[in-house]
Design a protein around this ligand. Sequence first.
Ligand SMILES: Cc1ncc(COP(=O)(O)O)c(C=O)c1O
Length: 387
Amino acid sequence: MVKTFKIEQSLARIVDKSTVLKVLNYIDSNAVKTPCLVISGDRLRRNFNLLGSGIRNSKVFYAVKANPSIEVLRVIDELGGGFEISSEGELRVLARLGVKPDRIISSNPVKTITFIKEAAAYGIRHYAFDSYTEVEKLANHCPGCNVYIRLSIPNEGSEWPLSKKFGVELDEALQIMLEAKRQGLNPCGITFHVGSQCNNIYNWNIAIDKARLLYTKAQEAGLHLSLLDIGGGYPVKYTKDVLGIDTIERHIDGLIGERFTDDVSILIEPGRVVVGDAGIIIASVTGKADRLDGKWLYIDVGVFNGLMESVGGIRYSYVVETTPHTGRERNWILAGPSCDSFDVIDRNVSLIEPQVGDLILIFSAGAYTTSYASEFNGFTIPDTVIV
Ligand SMILES: Cc1ncc(COP(=O)(O)O)c(C=O)c1O
């Protein structure tokens, strides 16, 4: 039977119509097993091709952690994209696709020795670092490799800040680069991350200003840098409008053009924006309950098996299937399937009342969902399908 979904005007502004149509078509023509993540190949390609197009002398390295499924990686591989990885697990998936090492970098500032050895044997030559310990590890296990230093920068306005765990200030950055040089590595550039889901365009101003200061100090100290890796951070639309790729890149390109010469290579490592809005999770309603604190709606994907980022403040948009039994709109506390009270996705979601077994669509769910998921309590991780 054909399934029906009513997409309100307010939501139509947030989601890409052709992606939704593809997913609805998938639901109509397949016996859908929920939960699953359906990704529009067209949207993925469109996102990837747009990235970097507004920044001079730039190359895009997809941050594999956002969604490492081989289906997604294959699309990016076919587009000739680069990849940014952190672990031997991510490397092995790329190796299965036969991706050449010169298209892979690692910007994880603190890597395991197992990974460094495996990456070095594979032929990967570019690594981020931000400590003396990392210099030693890289010098021992990947002698002579190219290293770029991770600067600490503010992440205000990013919904998923990344600034505390990594990054060093200017003076220390210079000292670590000089030590890298002494140990035979090639300090070749600077990197930073403005924070994931960054909707504050000025984070890039501060970051690029700081990078310029360090670039000058490094040159004065006799280092020859040639690379600026601006990380990721571009946001996607979850429940509201965000800065678009073209706006962000026009801004960044202006900043770089004023501060750096044209021969500096710009690396971009987007993850979320590549795959986030290309994916929709299809889940099923598993239960409902009236409790003292409100009406609870339970679905077969939750915090543990796909929607982990909701714990950190990411709020998704949802649409439930419309049937002859659908009830009126209500506020719900939305929860996942596990028998664990941490598994609460959102405490305030307005939805028409579904029945058990009805489908629920979760928009912009392509990034940091299946990659974060576990099979806790025996619930399955959504399969990924590209349509
Ligand atoms: C080093 C590095 N590069 C790139 C990314 C991708 O960031 P985003 O998904 O916000 O684009 C991350 C995300 O954690 C990261 O840690």
